[in-house]
Design a protein around this ligand. Structure first.
Ligand SMILES: [Zn+2]
Length: 272
């Protein structure tokens, strides 16, 4: 953040009186000898209508696609010094390369719609955040009037269904998209939710604000009746319903949504 530095001495924030140990990142005003904490700077920014760096939806999948595509083109050119360009011009990317391109596009279509909600001040979304311990990333974190939504976007095709397995389907219920068993995705969201909760910890404006996991199947088909809406505590949505969900009514004013987004953007860096 502009004008911030690591404090050489402990201080106390002029805005909220929080104690700032030496080494905290804060703004130091040499004229008044006052320090302002990162949260109060975010409050100033939110009050002024300034958004955080929201990142680019699908950015890390696209970068991985470009890395893989570049590596493949280099291999083809080295293996075929004369015909390499022709082979590349006439051939498609192999599946292990293409999957990342499709992934980036799927995330990006939802990302664009979420960006429109940000522009319309309906909900503010930061994209493509990195988490550590264990390493991973989060596609989108949207903050809307009703709370915070952690969104994992998947572009699987096929019908979304929750089906019982085992004899007569009486064993545990599993989540499917087409023939693919995607049940494990729900459990994997736990660490994403924990990372976002940690990022918001200690911010008074975030106290009591729900943090909800969402699996967004942006290319799937949905049954007309009894479409699954939840699996193991994770909301199951499509592209449109995800947008309606994050922009839905709630008690949080726009300024608070922006403040929470600033905190998330500060604590969870953009994935590379
Ligand atoms: Zn403060």
């Amino acid at each position: 953040m502009n004008g911030t530095r690591r404090l050489r001495y402990p201080g106390r924030c002029v805005g909220c009186a929080v104690a700032l140990p030496a080494g905290s990142v804060a703004r130091w005003d040499p004229g008044t000898r006052r320090v302002t904490c990162g949260d109060c700077l975010a409050r100033e920014a939110a009050a002024a209508g300034a958004l955080p760096d929201v990142g680019v939806a699908g950015g890390s999948a696209r970068r991985e696609y470009e890395r893989r595509q570049g590596r493949r083109e280099k291999q083809v050119r080295e293996a075929h010094p004369w015909l390499g360009e022709l082979i590349l011009a006439l051939s498609e990317d192999p599946q292990h390369v293409r999957a990342f391109g499709v992934g980036a596009a799927g995330e990006t279509a939802l990302g664009r719609e979420l960006d429109e909600l940000t522009a319309g001040r309906d909900a503010v979304t930061v994209h493509d955040r990195r988490i550590t311990r264990p390493r991973g990333q989060i596609d989108h974190v949207a903050v809307g009037p009703s709370g915070v939504f952690v969104i994992d976007a998947k572009n699987y095709t096929g019908m979304v269904a929750i089906r019982g397995t085992g004899f007569l389907g009486l064993a545990e219920a599993r989540l499917f998209v087409g023939r693919r068993d995607v049940s494990a995705l729900a459990g994997k969201m736990t660490r994403q939710i924990d990372a976002v909760r940690d990022a918001l910890a200690g911010l008074p404006e975030a106290a009591g604000v729900p943090v909800t996991p969402v699996l967004a199947f942006v290319d799937a088909e949905w049954p007309l009746f009894r479409a699954p809406d939840e699996y193991e505590g994770v909301l199951i949505e499509g592209e449109g319903s995800t947008c309606r969900l994050v922009a839905g009514d709630g008690p949080l004013p726009w300024e608070t949504c922006v403040l929470l987004a600033h905190r998330i953007a500060q604590r969870l860096p953009v994935a590379r």
